[in-house]
Design a binder for this molecule. Structure first.
Ligand code: GLN
Length: 545
């Protein structure tokens, strides 16, 4: 029978609960256990798909087309857990199912209430999220303990634990020890109060993970233990990492969290957690000397979380190329205002996905500059669409070429609405979402990068390359090198005579892993590094992974 870990958060949001949950998942896998991971989000949107990245950060997409919280990206990067539509539930999604049942008459005669109907639906969602065959299901509860919105979730997990044999459920609370610089001390009171809130609801945490920027002393752990009713050895420090988020699982194991968790759940605790490759990666990351600089030209560059998976994928590709990838985050609008000079000195340009008109022309200018300067370019989703528009306007002479998304009366809609999107009037969950196959043309750059001719990648878009312009592109130096076999949609464009110019309609960033970087990111960073070395004639670094 699957055992459960519930991860809650206290004091403030953005504590890194998602990372901690993912790190625990990795640790358990490295002890031979199978894990599944799930996030419960207390907000009322049915999913984050309709939210602005400024509100929510990136929307992470699963193979089966769920638009989910970005923490699921951490789960997939750290573990082998297979994430699905059941891996992320929000208050909105839970209420939708309960209200649909009520309308159907499933509760005839009864008053539908938060307890038991909503809490029952949450418990069902937890069962659904625990993948078949998993030894441990980790469920992270979004928000902060004390929020009104998270109460039904906490009540549901309290009931859930009561219905399970003792020892089958572990409550882990991630909390903050704020550091007061003026007095030079860490404070435990907020942690005491947030654990107090949890205990009021009826949840006694078994383990406390204390986020801190300064070391937590033994004395402090004792104090927290006494006030929070948690054994002293189960008060574990999680200090800010120095250079990589991939340090977290190694740090937590060093402090014995692995043994605490498995002992609590009744698994073998005498063996060591095998994190050798992970530790080697960290040691090597520390020692890299070479650097290349990539400009990410986007609309939401002020917020690191908005392009989380892209930044992570670049870091993975940096590791694969044994170099550090320096990011130059550039607002697409600034390219228009300040000119392409703001890109001077970078070794590659990446234009990510996006929605809305703001910044489009800046992206197009940045792409033109990269194309004309022979600078490595990588366009993702909207980034690929912009590359098609740029090429149509400046190489094919199609004046006014545009996407129908922003220019419904364009004389040359080289990017148009997909046929099956035309009748859709609901915004939520209606894009082309999830994994689709793509066939690659043999002998192309993309084929060389993947090393095969059939791939599967995840999508999230409504618009596509307009096949009416196919012949004009086919007669040019731009190659349409990948297509969806069923619907003949163009998924990849490239310019073979350019050092590296690739645009993809899908989101490869969702499939890159630290020890298994995505081939396009790896090739792109490799090309950027070659560019960096060309400017500074050092030997070209070999790609080692
Ligand atoms: N807005 C574009 C579309 O819907 C691109 C989407 C994206 O970049 N994810 O097709």
């Amino acid at each position: 029978m699957v055992k459960h870990i519930f991860v809650t958060g206290g004091v403030v949001s953005s504590l890194g609960k998602g990372l901690t949950s993912a790190a625990i998942g990795l640790i358990l896998e490295r002890r031979g256990l199978t894990v599944s991971l799930q996030k419960l989000d207390p907000y009322i949107n049915v999913d984050p798909g309709t939210m602005s990245p400024f509100q929510h950060g990136e929307v992470y997409v699963t193979d089966d087309g769920a638009e989910t919280d970005l923490d699921l990206g951490h789960y997939e990067r750290y573990t082998h857990a297979k994430l699905t539509q059941s891996s992320n539930f929000t208050t909105g999604k839970i209420y939708s199912t309960v209200i649909a049942k009520e309308r159907r008459g499933d509760y005839l005669g009864r008053t539908v209430q938060v307890i038991p109907h909503i809490t029952d639906a949450i418990k069902e969602a937890i069962h659904e999220g625990a993948a078949e065959g998993a030894d441990v299901a980790i469920t992270e509860i979004g928000g902060t303990v004390g929020d009104i919105e998270s109460l039904p979730f906490l009540e549901a997990v309290r009931q859930f634990a009561l219905e399970r044999p003792k020892g089958d459920v572990l409550f882990l609370h991630v909390t903050l020890l704020p550091y007061l610089r003026a007095s030079g001390e860490l404070k435990t009171k907020p942690t005491q109060q947030s654990v107090g809130k949890l205990r009021e609801i009826g949840i006694q945490p078994d383990i406390l993970v204390c986020r801190t920027e300064q070391p937590m002393t033994q004395e402090m752990a004792q104090k927290i233990s006494m006030f929070c009713n948690v054994r002293p050895e189960a008060v574990v420090e999680e200090r800010d990492v120095a250079y990589s988020i991939y340090e977290v699982p190694v740090d937590l194991c060093r402090l014995g969290l692995d043994k605490l968790v498995v002992a609590h759940l009744g698994f073998e605790s005498d063996t060591e957690t095998d994190l050798d490759d992970w530790s080697l990666m960290l040691a090597e990351l520390k020692s890299v000397e070479k650097t290349c600089e990539i400009a990410v030209v986007g609309k939401y560059i002020q917020l690191h979380d908005a392009y989380k998976s892209i930044y992570e994928s670049l870091a993975h590709a940096g590791y694969a190329n044994r170099c550090k990838v320096k990011l130059r985050k550039i607002s697409a609008e600034d390219v228009l205002v300040k000119g392409t000079e703001i890109l001077a000195g970078v070794d590659g340009v990446l234009v990510p996905g996006g929605f809305g008109e703001r910044g489009i022309e800046g992206k197009i200018q940045a792409i033109r500059w990269a194309r004309e300067q022979d600078l490595p370019f990588f366009g993702i989703c909207l980034g690929m669409q912009c590359a098609v528009i740029e090429y149509a306007r400046h190489e094919l002479g199609l004046e006014g070429a545009h996407t129908l998304e922003h220019s419904p009366h364009s004389p040359h809609p080289v990017i148009s609405l997909m046929a099956d999107q035309r009748e859709i009037d609901q915004k939520g969950g209606t894009m082309r979402l999830g994994a689709y196959d793509c066939e690659l043309d043999p002998g192309t750059r993309i084929h060389e990068l993947y090393g095969c001719t059939r791939i599967s990648e995840r999508h999230r878009h409504r618009f596509e390359f307009n096949n009416d312009y196919r012949d004009q592109f086919a007669a040019s130096t731009m190659v349409l090198s990948g297509r969806n076999p069923g619907r003949d949609l163009v998924e990849i464009i490239e310019i073979p005579e350019h050092p590296f110019f690739i645009g993809v309609q899908f989101h490869p960033e969702f499939k890159s892993r630290p020890l298994n970087p995505h081939p396009i990111f790896k090739g792109f960073v490799g090309a950027a590094l070659a560019h960096a070395n060309g400017n500074n004639p050092a030997p070209v670094c070999e790609t080692v992974l």
